[in-house]
Design a protein around this ligand. Structure first.
Ligand SMILES: C[S@@+](CC[C@H](N)C(=O)[O-])C[C@H]1O[C@@H](n2cnc3c(N)ncnc32)[C@H](O)[C@@H]1O
Length: 246
């Protein structure tokens, strides 16, 4: 895998396509059927310094700003997404320090500074999971909290066929591949859950909580009978981790 090729392909996708096809996943949602309102992983963020990794159009930063976080910072690889986030936050009357850079690279984010670093469906785009987790640990104060959500790797291995869910990809296969979406291309790797857990441990984090299950009540309240909702009843589609810097 050539990381510069991945940066180029993926930033081009978000610069040109944005979230039109994928849809934005933003707080209070960690994924389609998991919400902060139910899980309460952040708790009270008033007066806290927060950094978002892969902020997209800035709506999760808005969520934290409205909950009275004292400082909002973010990094995103796409100039267009940073531009959208800047405009969105300005319209909401919030100020934030937004940096356009790959999360993998040194980009001037202060170290030992943040109470929370979080990422909603963006961490998995990194070309260097261990390096990114080490960077995130360096940005956090001691005992600072890192929360992220990502597509559950088991969900990436299964397809629906004749009312059954069938494995069509090896769970252990972490090789990089190209995904064509809406006339655009993204490059990614589906990492095992243990790859995330081991990289967190190596970077000096202790996992405090992990969520895999969809919220039943929430699914019922939305009366969602889509194939995706049916799948979410059978297997995890999202995972969320709350980890603390030791
Ligand atoms: C699915 S979006 C998630 C962001 C936000 N939660 C949303 O739904 O809009 C993924 C974001 O990660 C950013 N991204 C992808 N690869 C990145 C990288 N290597 N470093 C920093 N940001 C990256 C993209 O530009 C995009 O804004």
């Amino acid at each position: 895998m050539d990381k510069n090729f991945v940066y180029k392909t993926n930033s081009f996708y978000w610069d040109t396509k944005g979230n039109e096809f994928l849809g934005a996943i933003v707080l209070p949602f960690y994924g389609a059927f998991v919400s902060e309102e139910k899980c309460q992983l952040f708790g009270d963020v008033s007066g806290k310094k927060m950094l978002e990794v892969g902020c997209g159009n800035g709506q999760s930063l808005q969520y934290q700003g409205e909950r009275k976080a004292s400082e909002l910072w973010a990094v995103d690889i796409s100039e267009k997404q940073i531009e959208k986030a800047t405009q969105h936050l300005k319209a909401c009357g919030l100020s934030a320090k937004l940096i356009c850079s790959p999360m993998e690279e040194e980009c001037g984010i202060p170290v030992d500074y943040f109470d929370f670093v979080y990422s909603i469906y963006a961490i998995g785009w990194t070309t260097d999971l261990e390096g990114t987790f080490c960077r995130i640990a360096s940005y956090l104060k001691k005992d600072g909290v890192f929360i992220f959500s990502w597509s559950h790797p088991i969900h990436r291995c299964v397809v629906a066929e004749n009312d059954m869910l069938v494995f069509n990809k090896c769970y252990f296969d972490e090789s990089w591949y190209s995904l064509s979406l809406d006339d655009g291309v993204l490059t990614l790797s589906d990492r095992k859950l243990s790859t995330y857990v081991n990289a967190l441990a190596k970077a000096g984090f202790a996992i405090e909580q992990m969520i895999e299950e969809s919220d039943d009540e929430f699914m019922q309240s939305r009366d969602d009978n889509s194939d995706f909702a049916k799948r979410a009843k059978m297997l995890p589609v999202t995972f969320v981790v709350k980890a603390r810097k030791l």
